[in-house]
Design a binder for this molecule. Structure first.
Ligand SMILES: *[C@@H]1O[C@H](CO)[C@@H](O)[C@H](O)[C@H]1NC(C)=O
Ligand SMILES: *[C@@H]1O[C@H](CO)[C@@H](O)[C@H](O)[C@H]1NC(C)=O
Ligand SMILES: *[C@@H]1O[C@H](CO)[C@@H](O)[C@H](O)[C@H]1NC(C)=O
Ligand SMILES: *[C@@H]1O[C@H](CO)[C@@H](O)[C@H](O)[C@H]1NC(C)=O
Ligand SMILES: *[C@@H]1O[C@H](CO)[C@@H](O)[C@H](O)[C@H]1NC(C)=O
Ligand SMILES: *[C@@H]1O[C@H](CO)[C@@H](O)[C@H](O)[C@H]1NC(C)=O
Length: 782
């Protein structure tokens, strides 16, 4: 393969940047774990399962010039090759998609030039004021699958404070990547669908239109950190949040676990994080600030291969202020548990923006684990900013629903309803919670024993709200599992079939009396993602045909995955079509990338769907089902049609009931009788198949007679659209414009009750899980 084709690929080159301050360095190289006085060293050297490490003593590494062999128990395979000679070089040819060079950094170290396939990549600097072993000196990922050659040449440039010009090679790690042309074909599950009344799925009409427009699926870009959580933060960028692990993308010399992703260039900007965000939830507040909430205890030797230097994330509230600049300069995640934290530890909690623009933080487990149980359950809600409601004074409010729904009730599915109350589904049950009166209204049980929340993960959406029917809310739940949630992991199999059921309920008195309406997806799915389109249709994508969420828990694990039989073809669901004609996969492209546990999908401002993630593994792995960094872009047929355009006039802030006049250009295909709609969409915060705060509200508008301006009216209230960020799409005959971002409401932050905030700080402690560990049985986080 020529160098030209190599460079055409979006090569992710990762280089070591010397920590700019000693404090950064100590966070990763001199941390003491809670309850210990031993200084833990973070050593970046890591060989993902399935990848291969080549030691410096391997005959496949060709050294020229003067190199010395050194021995020390702290070196990989106890050996290392070192040179101080200017121009001395090492050449290594390998087959794969990535290469990492590990070695020492120290006071005698200098620079080296790195070449890949004869092309200069960069100059690396191995100088460090303190000796650091097994450091990643250079890394390149996402090369074109094939044969490559790495060459490093001692640069004979020493740092002014450096004593010498040494560079050394301890080991090289080759990433194979997916096998070329791999197309893991789905096995047909030998499962006969349950007989259900009026729920036979008929083949739908072809999605291809008269003009021949088709769905497209393009793979482009890499998330650099595994995409466990995903949120669109601006017209140009998404936030990707992972757990602490050995990701290719680095920051301050150690693996990053969050990044900003540029939709246009696919460029990545790593973000610095302090606490472990595995498995947090998130929500935008009314002023556009994003909070990322909850997470995991510290990852240490017991649960991982390294002491990373992260802090306990179980009570974390991480603040990400609005980040609108295209350069994403100064966009940062802020965290300080002494001044900002939840009142209780939460792992797998749902975070939802509610009608007053604040965030409701729902449920979760008080520690890491897998299936929830009565010991670990946190059957409460709290708010950010904290509220003094029902005498709670900012402290958690008990929710009986979260006790009654044990065990499979983590990451509850929740939506704010147009009367301000909150729909919640957990396990086989659902309710409407009025947070102002602290009352639960239980709804009929989800039919046929289908469980919809972690680890029996299904997905849910609030269907589009429209003024025509006074914003009558309707909920759709799809997928999940009927596995008994009292079974231990060893009685559950990765081959246990998932559910193909979708259940709908209209949340009016009449609708509730009618109960759930049930239909069947063409494929069973656990861990599906449901993505609302501006057209009001829904794309269901990702997930597995069998098994259960998580890794390392059940029989028949594939690698570490608890699930198998990836479903590789998306399906379109049209909620307006008659029953039996709502699902269609006609014209849908089939992916070759399994997207199982820890996968995500979101609508983007362009109208395409961004699909990323999959990592049913403790740490980065190359073994099926490995850690997936590749991004796919699913383009609905409207992407290739002549689309309406929003030219100007979308206000930064659109008040409730306020009007704004926007300039548009309708496509020439728009004729008399064309249907025009204006969709206001919250693209949500996506993790674990929960599309929190996701919403579509059709706006009232009028079109000028010259059809060049639209006067839109903001939604009537925060109940109909919780104040906060949204995207406006103009939709003509089911073809949407690109979305334009705005803030709905007054753009101000939610009310802050300073006394309630103070009460949280006074009456709770930092890292309560670490303190109460002794009271919980077992302390392994997964
Ligand atoms: C020397 O190394 C330190 C730490 O890596 C770095 O901050 C500094 O810029 C380097 N100086 C030169 C002249 O390269
Ligand atoms: C990937 O994105 C880049 C940057 O936008 C673009 O130049 C390139 O053509 C894209 N590749 C594919 C296969 O779409
Ligand atoms: C509850 O879950 C935790 C975390 O998975 C586990 O350690 C503990 O043994 C479980 N307790 C019971 C009673 O099942
Ligand atoms: C939004 O409100 C939150 C909660 O009060 C606050 O922490 C944040 O700084 C505010 N953001 C902006 C941009 O004002
Ligand atoms: C919490 O702390 C505050 C002081 O900020 C105190 O007045 C209040 O009584 C405490 N509340 C509870 C429930 O303990
Ligand atoms: C552990 O449990 C006991 C008994 O319930 C309780 O008194 C004690 O405060 C708990 N310790 C911590 C650190 O939570």
């Amino acid at each position: 393969m020529g160098i030209r084709s190599l460079l055409l690929l979006a090569t992710l080159v990762v280089s070591y940047t010397t920590p700019s301050s000693a404090s950064k360095e100590s966070a990763w190289n001199g941390r003491t774990t809670p309850g210990s006085t031993r200084i833990a060293k973070f050593t970046p050297y890591y060989v993902p399962p399935g990848a291969k490490s080549y030691d410096s003593s391997s005959p496949l590494l060709h050294f020229s010039g003067s190199w010395t062999e050194l021995w020390h128990s702290a070196y990989v395979q106890k050996t290392l090759r070192l040179t101080t000679q200017p121009g001395a070089s090492m050449t290594f040819s390998f087959t794969g998609i990535g290469i990492e060079w590990f070695g020492n950094k120290g006071r005698k170290h200098g620079t080296a030039s790195v070449y890949l396939d004869g092309t200069f990549m960069e100059t690396v600097n191995a100088y460090s004021p303190t000796l650091l072993r097994q450091q990643r000196i250079f890394g390149a990922f996402n090369l074109q699958q094939g044969r490559h050659t790495l060459k490093i040449i001692n640069g004979n440039v020493k740092n002014s404070t450096s004593r010498d010009t040494a560079i050394d090679v301890d080991a090289l790690v080759v990433t194979w990547g997916p096998p070329p042309g791999a197309n893991p074909l789905q096995k047909d599950l030998a499962v006969s669908p349950r007989a259900l009344p009026s729920s036979q799925t008929l083949p739908g009409a072809s999605l291809a239109t008269a003009s021949g427009a088709q769905w497209t699926l393009v793979q482009n870009g890499s998330t650099g950190v595994h995409a466990m959580q995903l949120a669109v933060i601006s017209d140009t960028h998404a936030l990707v949040v992972d757990k602490v692990e050995h990701n290719p993308l680095t920051i301050s010399g150690h693996p990053a676990w969050a990044a900003l992703y540029n939709f246009e260039t696919h460029a990545l900007t790593p973000l610095s994080m302090q606490s472990n965000s595995f498995c947090a939830g998130g929500a935008f507040l009314s002023n556009g600030t994003l909070i990322n909430v909850g997470g995991n205890p510290v990852v240490e030797d017991r649960t991982s291969v390294a002491d990373f230097g992260d802090v306990d994330g179980l009570q974390a509230i991480r603040i990400f202020e609005p980040c609108e600049s295209h350069s994403v300069e100064n966009c940062a995640m802020y965290e300080n548990h002494d001044r900002l934290r939840m009142a209780s530890p939460r792992w797998y909690n749902t975070v939802l923006r509610i009608s007053d623009g604040s965030a409701m933080i729902i449920g979760g487990s008080r520690k890491g684990g897998w299936m929830n149980n009565g010991t670990t359950n946190n059957p409460t809600i709290e708010y950010f900013p904290p509220k003094n409601l029902h005498g709670a004074d900012g402290l958690p409010i008990h929710l009986p629903f979260l006790v009654d729904t044990l065990n499979s009730n983590l990451f509850p599915i929740a939506f704010s309803l147009p009367d301000g109350s909150v729909f919640m589904a957990a396990n086989r049950d659902a309710m409407i919670y009025d947070w102002r009166t602290n009352t639960e209204r239980r709804l009929p049980r989800i039919p046929n024993g289908v469980r919809v929340t972690y680890p029996m993960t299904g997905t849910g959406l609030l269907l589009p709200l429209a003024p025509e029917n006074n914003y009558a809310p309707e909920i759709l739940l799809c997928g999940g599992s009927t596995i008994d949630d009292n079974k231990p992991g060893y009685e559950i199999s990765s081959q246990d079939p998932a559910s193909s059921q979708c259940s709908r309920i209209v949340l009016t008195d009449a609708g509730i009396a009618m109960g759930w309406q049930v239909e069947e997806m063409p494929n069973a799915r656990t861990m599906p993602d449901a993505v609302l389109l501006p057209t009001g249709q829904i794309v269901i994508v990702n997930g597995a045909g069998s098994g259960i969420s998580g890794y390392g828990n059940v029989r028949g694990q594939v690698g570490e995955s608890n699930a198998d039989n990836p479903v590789l073809t998306p399906v379109l669901y049209d909620p307006q079509a008659p029953p039996g004609q709502r699902f269609s996969s006609a014209g849908m492209p089939t992916s070759s990338i399994p997207r199982l546990y820890h996968s995500v999908a979101t609508l983007t401002p362009s109208g395409q769907i961004m699909i990323a993630g999959s990592n049913p593994n403790l740490d980065r792995s190359e073994v099926k089902y490995g850690t997936e960094y590749r991004v796919e872009w699913l383009g609905p047929p409207y992407m290739t049609k002549e689309r309406p355009r929003i030219l100007a006039g979308v206000p930064k802030v659109l008040g409730f009931g306020a009007t704004a006049t926007i300039q548009i250009r309708l496509p020439p295909t728009a004729i008399q009788g064309s249907t025009v709609r204006v969709a206001l969409m919250d693209l949500g915060y996506v993790t674990h198949a929960v599309h929190a705060s996701s919403r579509l509200v059709y706006l009232v508008f009028s079109l000028s007679s010259d059809r060049k301006t639209l006067t839109i009216t903001g939604p009537p209230s925060g109940e109909v659209y919780p104040p906060g960020p949204g995207f406006i799409y103009v939709v003509v005959d089911d073809v949407p414009s690109e979305g334009v971002r705005l803030l709905v409401g007054d753009g101000k932050g939610p009310a802050v009750d300073h006394a309630a905030l103070e009460s949280v700080l006074q009456n709770t402690s930092v890292d309560q899980y670490e303190l109460s560990k002794a009271n919980l049985t077992g302390d392994r986080a997964e």
